[in-house]
Each structure stands twice: as C-alpha cells, then as structure tokens.
Design a protein around this ligand. Structure first.
Ligand code: PAF
Length: 325
C-alpha cells in the first residue's frame, strides 16, 4: 500500500475512533525512587486518580517506581531536559538546582510535623515554589516523608559521641553533609540506588531516612540499629518539566496543580499511618531501637554548622521559619 494511502486510512481510523468516543490518551511519565508500596507510590496513584477525574481521563499516568529511571538527581535533570515529565523526590538533591530550597534541610529547624506543614503550605512554602520556573522546573506541591532518623550496622547511637567516625551515607546535600561532619561522623554522599548495596558490602556503616523509607526499603534486612534522632524534617516535592508544562492550556495546568496537591495529601496520610506503626514493625523485624535522644545536646554540637547556615541563607530567613506559627 502506498504511504499516502496508508496515512489517509490511519487518519480516517482516528476520526472514527474519536467519533466512537475512544479518545487517545496523552501519556505523563512519572518517576520516583521508592517502590509502588510507599508514600511516593501512594502520591503517584492519587495524582493519576485526581487527574483522571478533572480531565475526563484524557491523560494516562505511567509510573516508574523504584529508581527505574535513575537516582533523584538524575531524574530532576531529565525533568529539566524534558525527557521525563514528573519526578517525586525528596528535597535532598533539589538544592543543587534551586539553592533557596536547601534552607528546609537545616537540622532541627521544624518543631514538629504540624509546624513543617504550616510553613510549607503557607507563604514561605509558596515563595520557595516560585524559585523553580527559572530553573526549568515547576514544583506542583510539597509532599513529605517525615522526620529523618539514623540507622547503622555498628553500634547503638544515643549521643553525638556515638557517631564519631561512622561512615554515613547522606543525600547529595551540602546542608546535611555539613551537619554530619560537625557531629563527628564521616558523611558519604551517595545516590539512593547505591545505598543498600553499600550497606551490604560495608562501604558505608549507616544511613538516615524517615520511618516511611526505612520500612518500605526493608532497611531491617541490612541494618541492626535504629536511633529516632528526628534530626531533620524531610520534605518531598512533585516536580514537573517546565518544557512540557508550557505546552498545556491553563485548564490542564490547573488540573496538574490539583493532582499535585492530591498527591501531597495522600503522601502525608501514608506517612502518618506508617509513623504510628512503623517502629513496632521494624522492632519485630529485629532492629534495636534507641527511641529518644537529647536533642539539645545535638543542637549544641551543631553550633558551628548553624553559624554557616546563617551565612548561607540569612539568619532572618531561618528565624522566619523557626518562629512561624
Ligand atoms: O535518602 C534519600 O535519598 C531519599 O530520602 C529517598 C530514599 C531517595 C526518598 O526520597
């Protein structure tokens, strides 16, 4: 068959199927580092459901969980280039793209979950979201992972002294690395897909993540000790490719925003649930848990790091977050 005739038939088939109510769906690819059975999976699924509801099913959300498309930094780069539509990521590597966001990574900045949510959902969080478009990124909403805690395979950690010399995997995040160095540990930045193998092979002694991750990544299989340090709150973000986003009309842009907000709500619900029962699950899987630390002691040791953060971000900006009610 001649190509022109083939194309004519294909076009006719398109008209007929649309007339019959079978509409082509536009694919939206979303990547994230954790398994489907995680807060990120819950977020991606809620995103797909909300988008289907508000757009009459015109979009098909294709999920790529478990780092199938690379580590968080790589996925953000892909989103920036427009080869991936959407990434669900921790704030970990985001400061390398949007430096202002790294203020949220300061240890012991947020009093509790309610404080963190109020800051991120309020004017400060909104202002931070406006910093993304000039970097080729659209941050749809703030999701979350919970407060981060320490796990390691060497010894129970109850105070900063116990951290001395521990080779700890950190995210690729300067704020976190400075904190762990100041606490006496040996911070080793590493992309998430390499972490479990690093722990198994002993190239790192420990890592830090929220209960939501420690449970979903089955950390109890490779780490003996868990300390509930709550050393930093871990925001997550739904980041859309600006290149792709700019191709949509205003109504669909609003639909993506709405879906991003629905994803954030689902993530928070998942995190709330896992925080109430996760520690018991980890104990039953054999982890030894230090359930509280003297936070003031950690903060005192961190004093020189706090001076550096003040220089980097401005003490007024840090205080604005600390004092937000
Ligand atoms: O530790 C990290 O890198 C992140 O918290 C993780 C596990 C990839 C989830 O965003």
């Amino acid at each position: 068959m001649k190509i022109s005739r083939y194309l004519g038939l294909a076009a006719l088939a398109g008209v007929l199927s649309t007339a019959a109510g079978v509409q082509a769906q536009t694919a939206i690819k979303v990547g994230y580092p954790l398994p489907l059975a995680s807060h990120y999976g819950a977020g991606a699924t809620a995103f797909a459901e909300d988008l289907a509801r508000t757009t009459g099913g015109r979009y098909k959300v294709e999920q790529f969980p478990a780092s199938a498309l690379g580590g968080e930094r790589e996925m953000i780069e892909s989103v920036q280039l427009g080869t991936l539509d959407l990434v669900i990521t921790s704030s970990g590597p985001v400061g390398n793209f949007v430096p202002e966001v790294a203020i949220t990574d300061i240890p012991f900045l947020f009093r509790d979950t309610a404080h963190a949510r109020a800051v991120l959902d309020g004017p400060i969080g909104e202002e931070l979201l406006t910093k993304f478009p000039p970097k080729g990124l659209i941050a749809l909403a703030w999701g979350e992972q919970g407060f981060r805690h320490l796990t390691n395979g060497k010894r129970p950690v109850s105070s900063p002294d116990d951290m001395k010399g521990l080779k700890l995997r950190t995210m690729e995040n300067q704020v976190h690395m400075l904190a762990f160095r100041t606490l006496g540990a040996n911070p080793t930045p590493m992309a998430w897909p390499e972490v479990v193998q690093g722990l198994q092979q002993g190239t790192i002694d420990g890592q830090e993540n929220p209960i939501s991750v420690i449970v979903s990544a089955k950390m109890a299989e490779v780490q003996k000790h868990l300390t509930l340090t709550r050393h930093v709150f871990s925001p997550a973000l739904m980041i859309f490719s600006k290149q792709r986003y700019d191709t949509f009309n205003d109504a669909d842009k609003a639909a993506f925003k709405s879906a991003g907000k629905a994803a954030a709500v689902a993530m928070r619900k998942f995190v709330d649930d896992v925080e109430t029962k996760g520690v018991e699950t980890l104990k039953s899987q054999g982890m030894q848990v230090v359930s509280a630390v003297d936070t003031a002691k950690f903060q005192t040791v961190l004093t020189p790091a706090y001076a550096e953060y003040a220089k980097k971000f401005g003490q007024d900006k840090i205080d604005r977050i600390r004092n937000f009610k």
